[in-house]
Write a protein that binds this ligand. Structure first.
Ligand code: PLP
Length: 396
């Protein structure tokens, strides 16, 4: 009889979004027609920008003519997009070869697939609270997880120490859910640690476009030494509204090597075996993001989400509530008032002011007592939610 991958039985059920939807559904059944202010979603609300739409249309037309039709695309990405992305990094002082950039169908796919490069015996370190995919993808693969708790005392940006025993190190900066961002000095400590121990950092840069403070690194490759110890996974989902369209990229430097195996060459072999490339149409649409006009337009959209963040931050600042994130990330991570748990605060917000957010417990045990607001909603709703939040918290 076939033996399934029994590691799936070790996965913890994630009740987070299920519970949120059950609770909001129950509230709406009791209060038909009530308006909810949804600040829980991690999905964008603004459409693709005009430059992308135009490029997508043109690419569809290309597919209609014999002379411009494209069949299978190169598995690792179209040269035009790999070069464009390498130029995007170059503008920030990071030199990459196009061959070091792999076009993907998004960060989630890559975060799971990239694990093919590593032996099962490696342990994976996950800084918690964390985006749940890191833990689950490694459990499915049968790996041990080292949970590294972070907290308010270190600004949710822990440092490595000698006792840490893991070969795969996940770092997400700007972070989901905390919005915390590693500065160059703190990130260098992780790079030095990985180079010293032979570990590899999987750097999730899905929110790099939200960094405002230009002293903060958008890419781990801004840090000296990263080319020998890091893989960077990036996405156009939150940068340019590609959550439903799907496009991302992964950077694997040519120097990255362990036990005589070059990870870039291994990934080429993996992609050529397991994929037939990302569609021409999407890659054309994605390349428009990196044109000057595309950059101007996506920044306009990001500015809307940043204004949402300001509505919430001003409220929390005026009340003296502790939070991190918001300035360089699309998430705000606040301490719940009066030692409430995240779920207690969730219930309070829903019943009293009809605001829906995400309890910190959903991102790991050390998220208990915290709450995440996403800034991807509409400005009108976010402004109203912030006003309601201010009134509620003042009265507690
Ligand atoms: N990484 C982080 C930290 C995320 O928050 C998300 C999505 O919310 C992803 C990766 C997945 O991005 P994509 O839409 O490219 O799969």
């Amino acid at each position: 009889m076939l033996k399934p991958n029994m590691h799936y039985a070790e996965l913890k059920d994630s009740y987070l979004f299920y519970n949120i939807s059950q609770k909001t559904k129950a509230y709406l059944e009791k209060h038909p027609g009530a308006k909810l202010y949804r600040l829980g979603i991690g999905d964008v609300s603004l459409p693709l920008c005009g430059a992308v739409i135009q490029a997508l249309h043109e690419a569809v037309d290309d597919q209609s003519k014999k002379e411009t039709f494209h069949g299978y695309m190169p598995e690792c990405g179209a040269p035009f997009l790999r070069e464009t992305i390498a130029d995007y990094y170059r503008a920030r002082g990071v030199k990459l070869l196009p061959d070091e950039v792999f076009v993907s169908s998004g960060a989630s796919d890559e975060l799971g697939d990239i694990l093919d490069l590593f032996d099962k015996s490696n342990a994976a370190m996950v800084i918690e609270p964390a985006y749940p995919a890191y833990v689950d993808a490694n459990i499915m693969a049968g790996r041990n997880i080292v949970h590294l708790a972070s907290g308010r005392e270190n600004g949710f940006l822990p440092e490595p120490d000698e006792s840490l025993q893991a070969e795969i190190l996940y770092i997400c900066s700007p972070n989901n859910p905390t919005g915390a961002v590693f500065d160059k000095e703190k990130l260098k400590k992780w790079v030095d640690f990985a180079n010293k121990t032979g570990a590899v950092i999987i750097f999730d840069a899905a929110y790099e476009a939200y960094i405002e403070d230009e002293t903060l690194p958008h890419s781990i490759f801004e840090i000296e030494g990263a080319r020998t110890c890091a893989i960077e996974i990036c996405s156009l989902s939150k940068t340019a509204g590609f959550t439903g369209t799907r496009l991302g990229y992964t950077v694997i430097p040519l120097e990255l090597e362990r036990c005589g195996m070059h990870l870039n060459a291994m990934w080429v072999r993996n992609r050529t075996t397991k994929t037939n490339g990302v569609s021409y149409i999407l890659q054309k649409g994605g390349s428009a993001v990196f044109t000057p006009e595309g950059q101007r337009q996506i920044k306009e959209n990001i500015a809307v989400y940043k204004q949402n963040a300001r509505f919430l931050m001003e409220t929390l600042d005026s009340l003296g509530v502790w939070y991190c994130g918001g300035k360089n990330a699309p998430y705000i991570w606040m301490k719940c008032p009066n030692d409430m748990s995240g779920w207690e605060f969730f219930d309070l917000l829903l019943s009293e002011i009809q605001v829906v957010g995400t309890p910190g417990e959903g991102f790991g045990d050390c998220g208990k007592g915290y709450f995440r607001f996403s800034t991807f909603g509409s400005p009108e709703d976010t402004k109203e939610a912030a006003a309601r939040l201010a009134q509620l918290l003042r009265g507690l």
